[in-house]
Design a protein around this ligand. Structure first.
Ligand SMILES: Nc1ncnc2c1ncn2[C@@H]1O[C@H](COP(=O)(O)OP(=O)(O)OP(=O)(O)O)[C@@H](O)[C@H]1O
Ligand SMILES: [Mg+2]
Length: 140
């Protein structure tokens, strides 16, 4: 099933992310796609903030992976800088998929083999100050 929404403002997108995030269970994986600046990180931050509280914006910047502690914890992966899947083994990113944490992956198409087949897919389209369309596909 695919849910489609238009988010006029970033606050709209944040509300959608919070609603969606409330349904996630430990071990769930969410694959996020969309062009540069679409709002993938904004979606992740709103989701993390709604589930775990606090201010994820103040968390340290990271390159590939950041784990937000909680019950369950949330893993935030960003595969933007992966140019070749052969880089994966040395990065150890598969540890994020421990079956317990909720895992949110930006730029997942840079390393599709990392993700389990059972996953949500979130596609965000739009840029700049304009509205965003968000499509959320549930696992089969
Ligand atoms: N309706 C909207 N929804 C989401 N973000 C919006 C919206 N309108 C404006 N923005 C702005 O768009 C930017 C989205 O940036 P964000 O870092 O979340 O994108 P991203 O998809 O993670 O990009 P990247 O591919 O570089 O990681 C933010 O600066 C945000 O304030
Ligand atoms: Mg981002």
């Amino acid at each position: 099933m695919i849910l489609r929404r238009t988010c006029t403002t970033e606050a709209d997108l944040a509300m959608l992310a919070a609603d969606f995030g409330a349904r996630l269970m430990p071990g769930d994986v969410v694959a996020l796609a969309g062009p540069l600046g679409a709002g993938k990180t904004a979606f992740v931050r709103a989701l993390v903030e709604a589930r775990l509280g606090g201010d994820p914006v103040s968390s340290p910047t990271f390159v590939f992976r950041h784990r937000y502690p909680g019950t369950p914890p949330i893993e935030h992966l960003d595969l933007y800088r992966i140019e070749d899947p052969r880089e994966l083994p040395e990065l150890g990113l598969e540890e994020a998929f421990d079956g317990e944490a909720i895992v949110l992956v930006e730029w997942w198409r840079h390393a599709p083999s990392l993700l389990p087949a059972r996953r949500y897919e979130v596609e965000i389209d739009g840029a700049g100050a304009g509205p965003r369309t968000v499509a959320i596909r549930e696992p089969a």
